[in-house]
Design a protein around this ligand. Structure first.
Ligand SMILES: Cc1ncc(COP(=O)(O)O)c(C=O)c1O
Length: 367
């Protein structure tokens, strides 16, 4: 048996007939840019997460960048974010003229709120949690901090479409939230894609214009913008996938349950929170464990045909000295010596999960 970390081709083959039909239908009408399908997807997405506005854009990174630009935050203002996030979160702040400030990760792999509070300064203008691995951070605490220190709350929910905290959807807590539809994402398209959601009418109008060269509905150039549109074809594919997304999430949660049940007795491993926690509905974009002798375990699993990944290729933000982000974050440092993602995607079978778990048991029995 082989267990690849992710199977990109299977992603297409699972509903190949439907995708070919969508391709013919959309292409046959010559509908390529900003047509009906984009609007339909935006409506479906807004309804799914429960917000007023969803704006489809080229990718998750640019969704954050346009969101920051729309907020007109003070130049050089600091944005507090977790060091355990993709470089894209920091890059979006940087290109919007802001300064990313990485802070510690907590035990559940989301931003550590004590560390957030320690890093608030007179220059801080925003807090941006990354809703990592399909899990929402402690939003009560973050909302409280934003209120207390008069800061803007925004969310990088690239990995968390459909995740909930006390019933409220990831991406809907602050001034804006963003998602990525990169192919490996729980809702992935066949190229790049992203979206921004907001209840703020002003932010929505600005982002809608900025993604299309600063044009208003009459085609007048009313502000600086850029080309940051989601293709019509990707939008049509995403609408189809969103219609069966609850099933996809359900399967991801079942797989996470199986990993948790099978690995609970391995002392050398720290599991992520399981799917039965009250107040949280995690979608398991990733199943990220902490493992003793991580690199040895990885090599052992590779000999068994099991693919694993260390998130961000092992580079949390605070280690990116070339980008001027270096700082001392000992807890995140320790976490990055141990973190490892196991395969988790809807096409994975129960037998494959059992095979991975058995291989992990074998490794710790014999090493
Ligand atoms: C946490 C996080 N933020 C931002 C992004 C960037 O999204 P995109 O690749 O669509 O630009 C990603 C994608 O990998 C991500 O995982």
């Amino acid at each position: 048996m082989r267990v690849p970390f992710f199977d990109y081709a299977a992603h297409f083959k699972e509903h190949e007939g439907e995708y070919v039909r969508i391709f013919r239908e959309v292409m046959g009408r010559g509908a390529f840019i900003l047509q009906r399908e984009v609007e339909e997807f935006e409506q479906a997405l807004a309804e799914f997460v429960g917000v007023k506005h969803a704006i489809a854009v080229a990718d998750g990174t640019n969704a954050m960048l346009l969101g920051f630009r729309a907020l007109d935050l003070p130049a050089g203002g600091e944005v507090i974010m977790c060091s355990h996030t993709y470089v894209a979160t920091a890059a979006a702040a940087h290109y919007a003229g802001l300064r990313p400030v990485p802070v510690e990760v907590s035990a559940d792999r989301t931003i550590d709120c004590d560390s957030v509070e320690e890093h608030i300064s007179s220059r801080t203008c925003a807090i941006m949690p990354t809703q990592l691995n399909g899990r929402v951070a402690d939003m009560d605490r973050l909302e409280h901090l934003c209120h207390r220190y008069d800061l803007v709350l925004v969310e990088d929910a690239a990995q968390a479409l459909g995740a909930r905290y006390k019933g409220k959807a990831a991406g809907t807590f602050g001034a804006f939230g963003t998602y990525s539809f990169y192919p490996a994402k729980a809702l992935g398209c066949f190229g790049d894609g992203g979206a921004l959601v907001t209840d703020d009418d002003v932010v929505a109008v600005k982002v809608r214009r900025m993604r299309d060269h600063g044009r208003d509905d009459e085609g007048r150039f009313v502000m600086w913008g850029t080309n940051c549109r989601l293709d019509n074809l990707q939008a049509a594919i995403l609408t189809f996938k969103l219609s069966r997304y609850p099933e996809i999430i359900n399967r991801r949660r079942m797989l996470a349950r199986r990993y948790c049940d099978n690995l609970t007795d391995v002392n050398e491993i720290q599991l992520p929170p399981g799917p039965d926690e009250p107040n949280r509905f995690d979608i398991y974009q990733n199943f990220e464990i902490e493992a003793e002798r991580r690199d040895q375990l990885r090599r052992y699993l590779a000999t068994k045909g099991i693919g694993t990944l260390v998130q961000w290729n092992g580079q949390p933000l605070h280690r990116l000295s070339a980008l001027g982000l270096s700082r001392d974050l000992p807890r995140t440092e320790t976490f990055f010596q141990k973190c490892l993602m196991l395969p988790l995607y809807p096409g994975l079978t129960d037998d494959q999960v059992d095979f991975v778990c058995e291989a992990i048991h074998e490794f710790y029995r014999s090493h």
